[in-house]
Design a protein around this ligand. Structure first.
Ligand code: GLV
Length: 318
């Protein structure tokens, strides 16, 4: 039996592949690790697939797959594959390195907007010395939209810093008595109304696409701040630009976009009140990730329930 490593975006990064090979050998020495396509001779031997942006139709060539493990937190990169094998669970990457990485970026973004960094950078460019009295964390309401392992880590750290933290998710997820959690679409308005800083960490699914459109951005308090570290598709970019223009949103911190890389000339590149990062908030770290994947494989081998379940390939919902 074997694990197949099926990674498109990084296919030229031989070094990363070798890192994965070595880390998986440390955690699961008895399991062969084969890089697609060169090293796979017997498709029936393959039980587990580690994937990032695999070519459409490839995964259904392995008849004995027990699960498909995304190498990132998101599983939306599998959506374009109309021929995923039926009924094979798809696991999202949940690993300590990735959670820490997004948490650090979220804290950076929230603190920067909370203390008006874009405004002070504009003033610096104009050599303008102007002192406003800043709010401190207990005066600031932050809402985290998306309460998976990453959202919960971010919300907990923000509460540690003293922010007034709430959270919103599609299903009920209570996890910390300091964080008021709302769930379900009927509570979205109330959650947005109390988001001086709205921090988006939702995945791209049929239910979240364009969730933050013009109507919903108008529910934020005037002059709110917006951070999107989830997926570009959940936010209407034209509506965001209009909200920045009208002052409904004071400034935004973005890591993800509808089209990546963000096209040259896009308004975000030069917008004075947008801080942009090139989709690097959350990176998967091989050592911790290999440990997390090995844990799932061991569970599957022992017949125990898998965790980190994102979707079932038969349900076609990723
Ligand atoms: C990054 O966006 C990921 O899905 O891990």
């Amino acid at each position: 039996m074997s694990v197949v490593y099926l990674v498109n975006q990084y296919s030229t990064e031989a070094e990363l592949t070798e890192e994965w090979r070595a880390a998986m050998a440390r955690h699961l020495p008895e399991m062969a690790f084969q890089v697609w396509p060169d090293e796979v001779s017997d498709l029936e031997q393959v039980r587990y697939a580690l994937v990032w942006k695999p070519d459409a139709g490839v995964l259904c060539r392995f008849p004995n797959l027990r699960f498909i493990q995304s190498l990132g937190a998101g599983v939306d990169h599998l959506r374009s594959d109309g021929a995923l094998p039926q009924g094979v669970p798809i696991l999202r990457m949940t690993e300590d390195g990735l959670t820490r990485s997004v948490t650090e970026c979220a804290l950076l973004a929230v603190l920067a907007l909370h203390r008006d960094l874009p405004l002070y950078l504009e003033r610096q460019a104009r050599q303008e010395w102007l002192q406003d009295t800043p709010k401190i964390a207990p005066m600031r309401k932050v809402c985290v939209f998306g309460l998976g392992p990453i959202g919960r880590s971010v919300a907990t750290r923000l509460a540690d810093l003293g922010f007034v933290v709430s959270g919103w998710s599609r299903t009920d997820k209570q996890f910390d008595s300091r964080v008021r959690v709302r769930h379900g679409e009927e509570t979205l308005k109330a959650a947005l109304q109390e988001s001086e800083i709205a921090l988006l960490l939702l995945p791209d699914t049929a239910a979240t696409r364009n969730l933050f459109n013009a109507e919903r951005l108008a529910w934020l308090p005037r002059g709110a701040y917006l951070v999107n570290l989830g997926r570009g598709a959940i936010l209407d970019e034209s509506a965001l630009l209009a909200a920045l223009e009208s002052g409904q949103i004071a400034s935004a911190w973005l890591d993800v976009y509808h089209k990546e890389p963000l096209p040259q000339g896009h308004a975000f590149w030069s917008h004075p009140r947008v801080v942009m990062m090139p989709h690097i908030a959350g990176i998967t770290y091989v050592e911790t990730a290999a440990q997390a994947v090995a844990e799932q494989i061991k569970r599957a081998e022992r017949g125990e329930p898998l965790t980190n379940y994102a979707a079932d390939s038969a349900s076609r919902t990723p």
